[in-house]
Every structure is written in C-alpha cells, then in structure tokens.
Design a protein around this ligand. Sequence first.
Ligand code: FUB
Length: 371
Amino acid sequence: MKKSAFNTPLVDHMYTADPAAKVYNGKLYIYPSHDLGNDNPDDGSGDHFWMEDYHVFSMDDIDAPVIDHGQVIHLDDVPWAKGQMWDNDVATKNGKYYMYFPAKDKDGIFRIGVAISDKPEGPFIPEEKPMEGAYSIDPHVFIDDDGKTYMYYGGLWGGQMEKWQTGVYVQGPPFTQPGIDGPQGDEPALLPYMAELNDDMVSMKGEPHRIKILDENGELLKASDTERRFFEASWLHKFNGKYYFSYSTGDTHNLCYAEGDNPFGPFTYKGVLLEPVIGWTNHHSVVEWAGKWYLFYHDSTISGGHTQLRGMKFTEMEIAEDGTITTMVPYQTEEEILSAASLMLKKSDLETVTAAFNLEEELVEKLKLKM
Ligand code: FUB
C-alpha cells in the first residue's frame, strides 16, 4: 500500500474513483467507487463505468499508510440493484453509519439506496428497497451544525437527470443523447437535487428541491455555459459560516464551486477548484482534517489513461478567509508532470502520454530517461 503524497494514487492494488473523504473518530475514512471497467464504448451513456462493490479505506494521519478494510457491500447483497454502483458517501447519526449509493435497478434506472453499519469501516447492510423518490447518481450527505441532514445528488447524460425533467422517468433511447435531450442554449441548465433527510436517515422530508446556481448577475447558469454549469459530483462544505457547493462540469472537465448562505442555496458561482485531470471524469470531495483542508480526487494515470479505470489521490487546499479557493492545477511543476506521466507510461505508450500531457521535446527526453 502506498503512502499518501500529492499526485500519487493512494492505492495501487485496485482501481478507485470518486473518493468521498469523511472524518470519523479522529481518523480519515475514504469511500470511493471501485472501478472494474468493461469494453463498452465511451458514448455518453456511462455504461463503461462498471462497479459491483465498495471497499472502505482509512488513514490514521495524513502521512500514515492507507488501510483497505476490504469489501463492505456487494451488488449481490442489494435486492433491487442490477449494477453500476457509482459514487457513494457515508454519514453518521444515532450511532449508526449510513452509506448512500446509486445503482441501476432491474429496469436500468439509477436509484439511490442506503446501507447501514455500526462502524465507519462497515460492513454495510443494504435496505430492501431504494430510497423513495431518490433517483439519478452521486449522492453526498452533509450534516449541518444544527444536526439537520441534507442529501445532494444528480447527474446529466449517464446520470439520467434529463429523463426526469417532467418528474417521472421518461423512457427514451437507451441513454440520454448528450447535448440533445436537456435544455439548450440560453435555457437554464438542469439543476442538481437536494433533499432534507428525516431523522431515520433513510427517507427524505417531502419532495426534493432543485439547487439554484447563479452567475455574477444573479441569473441561473445557462445550458450553453458548459464551462460552469452543473453536470455531476455534488459536494457541500461549510467554511466560516458560509456554504460551498462544488461539482463537476462533466464534458468540460472542471471541478467548480459556488457560494451560498444556507444549505438550500441559491449558490453563486465562484470559480474553478481543480482543472481537468487525465481521464474524462473529474470528481472530488472536500474535507477538513486536523486543521487543514484537503481535496480528494481521482485521475486515470494509473491505468495508462483509461477513463473508466481510475486512481484516487489527494492534495492540500488553500482557502482564503473569505472562502476563495486557490485553483488547483493537477500537473503543474516539472516534477509533478514527470511523475504523473511516468505513472501513465507504465500502462500506455510514449506517444499517447506525450499527447495527453502535451509534453515538449525536453520533457519527453526526461521522461525517456525514467523509462
Ligand atoms: O464513477 C462513475 C461516475 O463517474 C460517477 O458517478 C461520476 O461522478 C463520474 O465520476
């Protein structure tokens, strides 16, 4: 198991993605997706992201080895699910730990399920049925200082949000047609969902809300504003009394954040948190641990650039007093570029790696020396 370090995959014995980092009992727990991948085409349906179980990881401190607690739930344990156990998250209340996870049901519709454990490291026992009224992907659960609990979720394209525009699932082509089925041009982009959870942690208080993400003029971000509009990967953190909703822009590959005064929003767009990484998806979590803020994210260098086979990583964040986050550039210094490029090279060829990192001749020569 590898020791943690910037830009180094946290583990290399399996493919991990979408890391949700949470602090429980002084330890850092990481709840990632477990990428198995398959040979389905990368066609916008998301069908090449194949996952059947979850492992839980933990670290005693930021320099400690990463511990794999093993498989904590498997698809075969979930009566309603057919596959694609994507990004999950875990929250704690009433002395129990609740894992929220999306999976496709027997009809191919993404639903959100809950599984329960007495310990943060699991194992987690799934409920018989998915949560009533919760669909699409990427659930994240945030508990505010007053104990109120909110779930944020949703995703475009493979995440099927376009299919729910009328409030019921509309069967269409086998998958949402990228850029066709949703709002277009100056129409407001589709908005992520949020719902307050009941104290039982397995049901929602009423209907989900749509979270408004506004531009600098107080207008909803437009569908054509693909560099800034919501796509997937919801996360909320609180800093100096303000709420920060962060998310991925999907097809433009940014992680962005927006600021609000309460958990319901509206949130006003603030900027880019992490620039694009190697691989199509960019997905993260933000966590405060022992007085520092960290970004957990993933990229595909570990698999030689296969989008559906990713490796989780982390880096420390810089947050100013007013909540402004310094934009992180995943491969910035020569050392960072060479280390990520040489990792990718283990499973890929020089030409592919040179193109992926846009390497100049001098760096290509240095990379060759590392081969
Ligand atoms: O891991 C499968 C999907 O890829 C996630 O649910 C998305 O956010 C993207 O990271």
